[in-house]
Design a protein. Sequence first.
Length: 272
Amino acid sequence: MRLPIFQHPSLTVLVDDSEAFLARLQRELGDAIATRAFGDPQAALEWMREQAGIGNPKAPAVVVVDQRMAAMTGVGFCAALASHPCRKILLTGAGDERAAIDAFNRGVIDRAICKSDDDALDQLADAIAALRDEYFLALSDATVPPHALGDYGFLADPAVARLVRKVSAAHGVVEHYLHAAPCGLMLMDAAGGERLLAIETDGGMQSHHEVARDSGAPPSLLDALDARCIVPWFRNGDGMYDESVGERWHRYCEPARVCEGAQRYYWALFET
């Protein structure tokens, strides 16, 4: 369980040559999952290839395709998208099990869901959510390999991932981006509101203390940093204390909360 360096609202493409089935599926998935439906698989292929650029916010993260279509099979459709980074879900019916297993074993599809299952819709919604996360992790790893995260190693810590998901759920967050100075994530809700989730380690807090001390900071700030009871975000270029802050340092700090993971993290949420 890791976090990508960025994640934003994404599109799920639905492909089937039955317009009635597509309309029902979109209605049942609801507004929580943004979808675009194609009744023509060839048109869907052409559109998806046009949107395949890395980091393109319009690029679909997940495609859901029915195995049984007149123009081509769902497996054939997914095979034609082998180089596309989207995750692929195959909808199957009776007699499609062998084709689905073979496609999964060859890496052509990521999931298969039987349409006749009583909980097929719940399975599909869960699979879309899980594969969307996988999609952004793959893009993240292609941008910054995990071994090169440096000060952003918290992204690989499951405890921080749980924290971010909890904070995101509480504040209706729909996208996030890596933030430097201080280290953390910029969180955005559906209305465009922004919050900074600052995440510091003991090493980061010590750096704050040393810079503040060398810049002549008030003893009260040094004591608070030493006690790890605050997380600062001084709104200058590097996020560190400078002499212009002076005694007003309280304005730029929030109470520190602790997340215990692979190491101890001190975090705070700032309204921007």
